[in-house]
Design a protein around this ligand. Structure first.
Ligand code: ADP
Length: 573
């Protein structure tokens, strides 16, 4: 009798879930619906935690940040057509930030494609500009291989976003349980990322060359970014900085790889450090807009760059004096080994080290004088100082800080102190606003021991404010602090003379409802909300919220005239 008992058959949904589980996936973010609801349920029954969002955009941002924090691809599950389109926000954000992520979308029945099927879209075509690799499972038997490929590709070389397309007919096909098992095992055994180390060995001569340049430099600087954080190169960086005595400058998300309070930190003397250094070792950071393209007038025209990057194309693009293609942790390990044979260390009295330290101290004390004032109604500085001190009061592990919004993020970057690696998530390479709530959820599930504190402008918060319900549903230890100045950059700040024309009754494009009660939003779902207008109210709300570790929104009323248009990027407007 060749008939197979139905209970020994498994469908595409189960096979997808099994394949991801075999690859070690433990979390999935997304929005369910046709045709992927069963896939989410199957994943859950195999122990994969499914974080169900309100919108794929926010879930996609969560998946991208999860990839960065864990070093394993973050998964985003979406429905077909519009779900896939919403998810592109997360996929593109992963690509821009070089973070590993896999978007999985259901798609219409293959036989109905091209005939106007429900939620039909050529999704493989749609994801092309936003992904490094995409694949469609055209038959149930393709599924395990496709899963292994997207996982491998997401983490190989420069990390990024990958896409897996799952037509609904494929999800409904079946295979027998033993066949499924052997397909999954064969695919898993062919996986590259589970065994092979990322990147090739850097030639010794290049390491020697880099060390030689640093040794001879008069004004050396070490710059590191979120690529070094992703590579978990903190110990090697610390060793390099401390054995050479070279000042260092982290990029915004590189902050915390070495503590911001380190005596060799040049952040508070940034202009001097980059403007005057003669050799800059740049590790896991692109010479893009964030680093002024490595060009004058911000940098000296004679600076010699040594770039360390996993991506050969990046080195070729920037044409540095010396480029080392490889994993940051490994390259720095080799660099430290090379130095050990003939150590050097700039003295604290070295003119360059002294100049940076002096400038940094001056700038810090100028900033502290501003911060020390209790300005009410709140400007940006007063509440930021109170938040900084409250965060520093949390014992290790330090909270993960999520920050977005123009003025809020700019001021926060300068004021908030990072002491641990990968403890800051912000708008990143793409300047993406609206990432905050997704990042909070990702951080809370990726690092359950840590408190998550979001410091957000009201505009950034508003992009995905409904995800506060998600915080409450999963009872995540997230405190969202909203800097509420009634709009983008500020409220409606037009003078009566400026308000003219037929639409003069309309609010300004930059404004929201003044005094919006964001704290009540979370209370609608059973979370905790605070409205604060004074230093004492803010201190007391933070103390309560940080010790409760429950989903909380603190609505901080900011003077609507306090923020600058476009924050610190006014020259780009
Ligand atoms: P930041 O925004 O902090 O300046 P970027 O995102 O611009 O950082 O740059 C990060 C760089 O790090 C990218 O060019 C990426 O290719 C690189 N990178 C990613 N992973 C690694 C790794 N393991 N080792 C070295 N470089 C890496």
């Amino acid at each position: 009798n060749t008939q197979i008992a139905p209970e020994t058959l498994i469908d595409g949904n189960i096979l997808v879930a099994k394949s991801f589980a075999r690859c070690g996936v433990t979390h999935m973010f997304g929005v369910v619906g046709i045709p992927v609801t069963s896939l989410a349920n199957r994943a859950v029954s195999l122990g994969i935690r499914f974080l169900a969002f309100h919108n794929e955009q926010s879930a996609g941002y969560a998946a991208s940040a999860y990839g960065y924090l864990t070093g394993r691809p973050g998964l985003l599950l979406t429905v077909s057509g519009p779900g896939c389109v919403h998810g592109l926000a997360g996929l593109s954000n992963a690509m821009a930030n070089a973070w590993p992520m896999v978007m999985i979308s259901g798609s219409c029945d293959q036989k109905d494609a091209g005939r106007g099927d429900f939620q039909e879209l050529d999704q493989i075509e749609a994801v092309k500009p936003f992904s490094k690799f995409s694949v469609k499972a055209k038959d149930i038997k393709d599924i395990p291989n496709c899963v292994v490929q997207v996982i491998d590709q997401a983490v190989s070389g420069r990390p990024g976003g990958c896409y897996l397309d799952l037509p609904s007919d494929v999800l409904h096909q079946t295979v027998t349980e033993p066949e499924a098992e052997s397909l999954v095992t064969a695919a898993f055994n062919s996986s590259k990322s589970k065994s092979v180390a990322n990147g090739s060995e850097v030639p010794t001569s290049e390491i020697e060359g880099a060390v030689e340049l640093l040794r001879k430099a008069e004004r050396p600087l070490i710059v590191f970014g979120k690529g070094a954080a992703y590579a978990r190169a903190e110990n090697e960086l610390r060793k390099l900085v401390e054995t050479t005595g070279i000042p260092f400058l982290p990029t915004p998300m590189g902050k915390g790889l070495l503590p911001d309070t380190h005596e060799l930190a040049a952040s508070a003397a940034r202009s001097l450090a980059i403007g005057k250094c003669d050799v800059a070792l740049v590790v896991g950071a692109r010479l893009n807009w964030l680093l002024h393209f490595g060009e004058p007038p911000k940098w000296s025209k004679d600076v010699k760059f040594i770039l360390v990057d996993i991506c050969k194309d990046e080195i070729e693009l920037r044409k540095p004096h010396l480029g080392l293609v490889g994993d940051a942790k490994k390259v720095l390990e080799l660099t430290n080994k090379e130095i050990k044979d003939d150590p050097f260390c700039l003295a604290k009295t070295h003119p360059w080290v002294e100049a940076i330290s002096k400038k940094a101290k001056e700038n810090v004390s100028r900033m502290e004088a501003q911060l020390a004032k209790d300005v009410v109604p709140f400007n940006f500085l007063t509440p930021m100082r109170i938040i900084r001190d409250a965060i520093l009061g949390v014992s290790s592990p330090a909270p993960i800080v999520v920050s977005e919004g123009a003025n809020t993020m700019d001021v926060g970057r300068a004021v908030l102190i990072q002491t641990e690696p990968r403890s800051r998530l912000d708008a990143g390479t793409w300047g993406t606003m609206g990432v905050g709530l997704g990042y909070c959820i990702a951080a809370a599930v990726a690092e359950p021991d840590r408190l998550v504190v979001a410091v957000e402008g009201d505009s950034g918060f508003g992009f995905s404010a409904m995800e506060v319900e998600t915080l409450v549903r999963y009872q995540l230890p997230v405190v969202v602090i909203v800097f509420n100045n009634g709009g983008v950059y500020g409220g409606d700040r037009r003078s009566p003379e400026e308000i003219t024309g037929p639409l003069k009754g309309d609010p300004a494009p930059t404004s929201f409802v003044p005094s919006a009660a964001y704290h009540i939003l979370i209370e609608a779902f059973g979370g905790k909300g605070y409205l604060v207008e004074t230093p004492d109210e803010l201190k007391s709300a933070l103390a309560e919220a940080f010790s409760a570790r429950k989903p909380t929104v603190i609505n901080v009323v900011i003077d609507p005239y306090a923020g600058a248009e476009s924050g610190r990027l006014q020259h780009k407007n």
